[in-house]
Structures are given as structure tokens and as C-alpha cells.
Design a protein around this ligand. Structure first.
Ligand code: NDP
Length: 449
């Protein structure tokens, strides 16, 4: 056993002991540690300074009560969090998730991944994440507003344009960011750079809404180009029908691919003629309806209630999971391989279990991990921060060009780093090592803080 192996195992065991039961967080740790071992074998100086031990421990975890009044006048309470995981390379940056499943484990996994994702963008942002177990589904606009205001009442004590800059995630879109921003302004001052993902009317960036989905497709585009291929004529399966999924579908279609599926937590749509994007946007973005409404209005669509989209047995070239964590397990991964899928790129964070990733590796399927492939959202958030600091608003073409360039760099960094470690196709190894390397170097230089 090498020194690095023994050192990393000690840290990993320690985390498992301290954080028993935090399933998603431990999964993210277990996925990262083999790459860290390979990196540390080449960099014993970081073992000597225990950089991985320091990095594994969140700098700060804030948990708070969120009291709010529902439409019937009842007093309700939810739990709010902000994980400020690592600020080596810049202010904490990462989204807010409002979903009933939210707990400390899920937010710690998301914040941990965010450290490496943000590092890969090449922009000066640290890693953080936050949210609440509040369920926005079925709530009125006024209830959402009151909840956001109460959430910000506490969160405002801990954030700022140079401290911590939250954005959206599941259940938090432009509407919620608007209410959160309004409350921050009332409590503190007008500071455009305190949140990103803002509506365009008050200092939001063009292309931020589209950025994660577009960026995901750009990442795959660069992979295809390197393999002398393109999206033209490809059949693509997508999960989810939220922000990431919708704009991934839009960009795939623009590049000549056909998307045959999308889903929500109640079921999935199979549309062999290709998803009608205008209808999907009308149903999900304008009317905030369920996917059953899409199926009712589209003759070619078949709705499968209560089933995972990844059970579909149809031929496809590319799969883009864009819903949530752990949606693809070993069995579903095997199904995708049988469907002929050659590339899996994660729009969601950690949608594939460790066992699913092993299936893809064995089947020689390209696996593009979320921390690299879905970094476009946070990258454009960082560009939004730059625009806010300059008090300027850049044109769509400029932001889109920069997004494409950033995704190309991330893809190339992953592939070149993987190649330097003797495994060119292992983009997970490339992403982990390249993301970690930059943070480790900076932590080393900043001393024991
Ligand atoms: P949205 O809230 O806009 O959409 C989420 C979609 O996923 C909805 O279709 C939702 O269905 C579905 N979904 C959520 N939870 C589940 C579940 N437990 N089972 C099945 N389906 C589910 O979120 P986003 O599109 O913003 O986020 C999707 C993923 O992308 C998340 O993993 C997020 O962390 C990740 N991501 C998002 C970024 C962003 O910029 N927004 C940036 C990087 C990553 P339903 O409506 O039924 O709940």
C-alpha cells in the first residue's frame, strides 16, 4: 500500500465514521477519493500538509429555522441551510435548492462537488450550496414570496458579493431569485452581485437561464468533435423537464439531434417524432403544468406514468440525465448500454450511482461527470458577477461564445489530465484531478487557515 493510498483511506474512513448515514455525501466522497489518491501519489507535498484532510471538512455549515405563513393563515416552519465548503479560490458560490428531500447529506454532497466544478471553470469562485426542505409544488405565488423573504431574513447575515453568492437549483428559478433579491435589498442594500440567476430586468445575465443546458451540450459537442463526429442525426434521451433539461433539448435540436424523451417526478414522455420544444416550454415554463398536459396536446407523445425514463427500451446514441441525483442505478445503466448509448453526460448532479458509472466504464461508454459537464451554469453565474461589478450588461452572443469556450476548456482539461494519468477515456478522473489540483495548490499557498 502506498503512502497516498494509506493517507486517503484514513481520511475516507474518518469521514464515514463521523458522517454515518449521510448517504449522498459519502457517495460523493467515495467517488472522488480514488482520483485524489492517484494525484497525491505524484504530489506528496500535499500529504505532508494534510491538504485533503482540510479540504474534506466544510469551512462552515449554517442551519436555521424558516418560519412562514401559508395561504390559510397557518404558521409553518421549514429548515434552511447554507454550506460554505471551501473559499480557497474565491467567494463561496453554488445554488439554493427548495425540495422536500433536502437535508444536510444532499447539500454537503452538492457543495463538495461544487468545489471542483467551480475550480474547473477557471473562474475565481469557491464551493457552496444551500436550500430548504420547503416544497414549492402547489404553493401560491404569495406563499412562495413569504417563504423566500423569511429564508433571506436569516441567509442575508451570511452572504455578500465578496463572501458568498447563491444562485438557483431545483425549485429555485427566476421568480424565487427575484423575491430573495428583493428581501436582501430591503434588509441590507442594493447589491446586484449578491445573487446570480437574476431576471434580466435587474442585472441578470443574458444566457444564464440557458447556460447549464447549453453548456452540457457544448461539452458533448467538443467530445464528439474530437472523435470526428457531431450531433447531426443523433438520437438523444433526456430526463427532467426543468431548467437544465429544457435548454439541453433546445441546443441538441439546434445542432441537428433528435430528443425523444423528457420526464418529471410523476412519469416520462416518449415522443418518437422528437420533443416539441415550444409546447414543452408552454407547459412547464408558462403554465407550470405537469407533463401529462404535454401528452394531451401532442398526438405522437406517449406518457408513462410512475416510471423512470431510463427503463425505455429504444435505440439511442446519447443520454443526458437532467433531473436529480441517483436516477440511474446499475440496472438502468445496463439498459442504456443495451439501447446502444455511447455517451452519458450529466446535466444533473450525481445522477449516476457509483455502480452505474462502473457499468459505463466496462462497456466503454463515454461518461461525462456533472462536475465538468454541467459547469456551464455556474460559469455564466460568475460572468454575471463580473457584469454586475462592471455595471455592464453583455450581449447574448458574447456570453454564449464565452460559455462555449469555457466548456471546451473544461472538456480538454478533463481529457488531457486523464491522459497524463494514463487513462485518456476516464473523464471522471480528469475532472477530479484537475479540479482538485488547483484548489490544493491555492490552499497550500494560503497556509493553515
Ligand atoms: P428544476 O427544478 O428546474 O427541474 C428539475 C426537474 O427534475 C423537474 O423536471 C423535476 O420534476 C425533476 N425532478 C426533481 N427531483 C426529482 C426526483 N426526485 N425524481 C424525478 N424527477 C425529479 O431544476 P434544474 O433543472 O435547475 O436542476 C436539475 C438538475 O441539474 C439538479 O440535479 C441540479 O442540481 C442540476 N444543476 C442545475 C443547475 C442550474 O443552473 N439550474 C446547474 C448545475 C446543475 P418535478 O417537477 O416533478 O419535480
Amino acid at each position: 500500500m502506498t503512502n497516498a493510498t494509506e493517507y486517503v483511506q484514513r481520511i475516507q474512513n474518518n469521514i464515514h465514521q463521523k458522517d454515518t448515514g449521510q448517504v449522498e455525501f459519502l457517495q460523493a466522497i467515495d467517488e472522488f477519493m480514488p482520483s485524489a489518491t492517484q494525484f497525491l501519489e505524484k504530489h506528496p507535498e500535499y500529504i505532508k500538509r494534510n491538504i485533503l484532510g482540510l479540504l474534506s471538512e466544510p469551512e462552515r455549515i449554517i442551519q436555521f429555522r424558516v418560519p412562514w405563513q401559508d395561504g390559510e393563515g397557518n404558521w409553518q416552519v421549514n429548515r434552511g441551510y447554507r454550506i460554505q465548503y471551501n473559499s480557497a479560490i474565491g467567494p463561496y458560490k453554488g445554488g439554493l435548492r427548495f425540495h422536500p428531500s433536502v437535508n444536510l447529506s444532499i447539500l454537503k454532497f452538492l457543495a463538495f462537488e461544487q468545489i471542483f466544478k467551480n475550480s474547473l471553470t477557471g473562474l475565481p469562485i469557491g464551493g457552496g450550496k444551500g436550500g430548504s426542505d420547503f416544497d414549492p409544488k402547489g404553493k401560491s405565488d404569495d406563499e412562495i414570496m413569504r417563504f423566500c423573504q423569511s429564508f433571506m431574513m436569516e441567509l442575508s447575515k451570511h452572504i455578500g458579493p465578496s463572501i458568498d453568492v447563491p444562485a438557483g437549483d431545483i425549485g429555485v428559478g427566476a421568480r424565487e431569485i427575484g423575491y430573495l433579491f428583493g428581501e436582501y435589498k430591503r434588509l441590507k442594500q442594493y447589491d446586484a452581485g449578491v445573487l446570480t440567476g437574476k431576471p434580466l430586468d435587474f442585472w441578470g445575465s443574458k444566457i444564464r437561464t440557458e447556460a447549464t443546458g447549453y453548456g452540457l451540450v457544448y461539452y458533448v459537442k467538443h467530445l464528439l468533435q474530437a472523435e470526428k463526429d457531431s450531433f447531426e442525426g443523433k438520437t438523444v434521451m433526456v430526463s427532467g423537464s426543468g431548467n437544465v433539461a429544457i435548454y439541453a433539448i433546445e441546443k441538441v435540436q439546434e445542432l441537428g439531434g433528435k430528443v425523444i424523451t423528457c420526464s418529471d417526478s410523476s412519469g416520462f414522455i416518449y415522443d418518437p417524432e422528437g420533443i416539441d420544444l415550444a409546447l414543452l416550454k408552454e407547459v412547464k415554463e408558462e403554465k407550470r403544468e405537469r407533463l401529462t398536459a404535454y401528452a394531451e396536446k401532442r398526438d405522437s407523445a406517449v406518457y408513462h406514468a410512475g416510471q423512470s425514463v431510463w427503463t425505455l427500451k429504444e435505440t439511442a446514441d446519447i443520454a443526458l440525465p437532467c433531473a436529480t441525483q441517483n436516477e440511474i442505478d446499475e440496472t438502468l445503466a445496463n439498459n442504456l448500454v443495451e439501447c446502444g448509448v455511447k455517451i452519458i453526460a450529466e446535466g444533473a448532479n450525481m445522477p449516476c450511482t457509483l455502480e452505474a458509472v462502473n457499468v459505463f466504464e466496462k462497456a466503454n461508454v463515454w461518461y461525462c461527470p456533472g462536475k465538468a459537464a454541467n459547469a456551464g451554469g455556474v460559469a455564466v453565474s460568475a460572468l454575471e458577477m463580473s457584469q454586475n461589478a462592471q455595471r455592464l450588461s453583455w450581449e447574448s452572443e458574447q456570453v454564449d461564445r464565452q460559455l462555449d469556450e469555457i466548456m471546451k476548456n473544461i472538456y480538454q482539461t478533463c481529457r488531457q489530465t486523464a491522459a497524463a494519468y494514463g487513462n485518456e477515456k476516464n473523464l471522471l478522473l480528469g475532472a477530479n484531478v484537475a479540479g482538485f489540483e488547483k484548489v490544493a495548490k491555492v490552499m497550500y499557498a494560503q497556509g493553515l487557515v
